[in-house]
Ligand binder design. Structure first.
Ligand SMILES: [Zn+2]
Length: 342
């Protein structure tokens, strides 16, 4: 990503890292059309231009219901392992086109498998293969995070974890996503005991639909090293202090928060106050196939609209690398690669 394209909000001398992107929340409209044709799946439109408004959300119709309705089109076309492989490969290609150096892609094997009755283990294998194909064709470094879909309940999540741990070698971390308010983190303590025993990192969606107690529980009950969203931490000064002193960082996805109406306007986003109090964070896209944004958009449009200054955004770019589930050797290699191009 050239500096002039992003108004200087992205520092080309630093690696550009995306830590919170759902692989199945980033399916190209053209791919939805192609897969639907191939598998005879009905869509409300037959070309990219007319289908796009059904898939992309914008400020005119925000809200969780509208958001989930759009997700339907993305999972509807995951008809077989090949479709999953293709979507995974295209995610890596998209990251390369965005100038991303390192990306952590996350997905719930059970969620991706559900619609067409696929085998969650086969879905994992297909995603890993697609990523490997994408990596071979680009210079992007990729890591995978397995999601437990909490909305399916505690027992289903244990089976989903079995699948992830059966394919342990493909993952760097496990996440908990879905209905945060209905399924609090503490329910999944046994799951994350196993995750940590397997030597995997932990990140948890918390402090988005539920309040600070959910973030406390993600940290204390599940051992979260990072928090997905987490902006409602701002409601509890003690928690803000805890995050600032431990360095447990927030994966901030500003436009996604707006689109599900968790935050009404960029200017209202709590991340500005959290950052000012020393809480570590990085900028991310969440589901760019629905929000129709790039990582550069979050840096050069969302961040200034929130009121973050350049120094804070630059620090968050560096913190994304610090928060990444990488070894120091891998981090150094990314720093050298960025240094060589600037
Ligand atoms: Zn997310």
């Amino acid at each position: 990503m050239e500096n002039n394209e992003t108004g200087g909000w992205i520092d080309p001398a630093l690696p550009l890292c995306e830590l919170h992107r759902h692989l199945d929340g980033n399916v190209r409209v053209a791919t939805i059309l192609d897969l639907a044709r191939r598998h005879r799946i009905e869509l409300p439109a037959n070309d990219v231009e007319t289908l796009a408004p059904f898939v992309h959300i914008d400020d005119s119709e925000p809200g969780l219901v509208a958001f989930l309705k759009r997700f339907e089109y993305l999972v509807a076309v995951l008809a077989d392992d090949d479709a999953c492989r293709r979507v995974a490969r295209e995610n890596v290609e998209d990251a390369a086109a965005e100038g991303i150096d390192y990306i952590e892609l996350r997905f719930s094997p059970a969620f991706m498998a559900e619609r067409h009755g696929l085998d969650p283990r086969a879905v994992i294998d297909a995603c890993a293969e697609g990523v490997a194909e994408g990596v071979a064709a680009t210079s992007v470094k990729v890591a995978l995070i397995g999601i437990l879909s909490r909305t399916y309940g505690v027992d289903a999540c244990m089976r989903e974890l079995d699948a992830v741990l059966d394919r342990r070698e493909h993952f760097v971390a496990v996440d908990l996503a879905g209905d945060e308010a209905g399924y609090p983190p503490a329910l999944f303590r046994p799951h994350f005991d196993r995750v940590r025993e397997a030597g995997l990192h932990v990140t948890v969606h918390a402090g988005e639909a539920a309040g600070p107690e959910s973030v406390w529980s993600a940290i204390n009950d599940l051992g979260a090293e990072r928090i997905g969203h987490g902006f409602r931490s701002a409601e509890d000064p003690e928690l803000v202090q805890e995050l600032a002193s431990t360095g447990i960082g927030l994966e901030c996805c500003p436009t996604s928060n707006l689109h599900i109406q968790a935050v009404e306007r960029y200017a209202d986003h709590p991340i500005r106050a959290l950052a000012a109090q020393g809480v570590r964070f990085c900028l991310n896209t969440d589901d760019p196939g629905i929000s129709a944004v790039t990582l550069a958009h979050e840096y050069s449009v969302a961040a200034p609209a929130i009121g973050l200054d350049r120094a804070t955004v630059r620090r968050s770019q560096a913190d994304a690398l610090a928060m990444a589930f990488l070894s120091d050797i891998e981090r150094d290699a990314l720093v050298r690669k960025a240094g060589a191009r600037s």
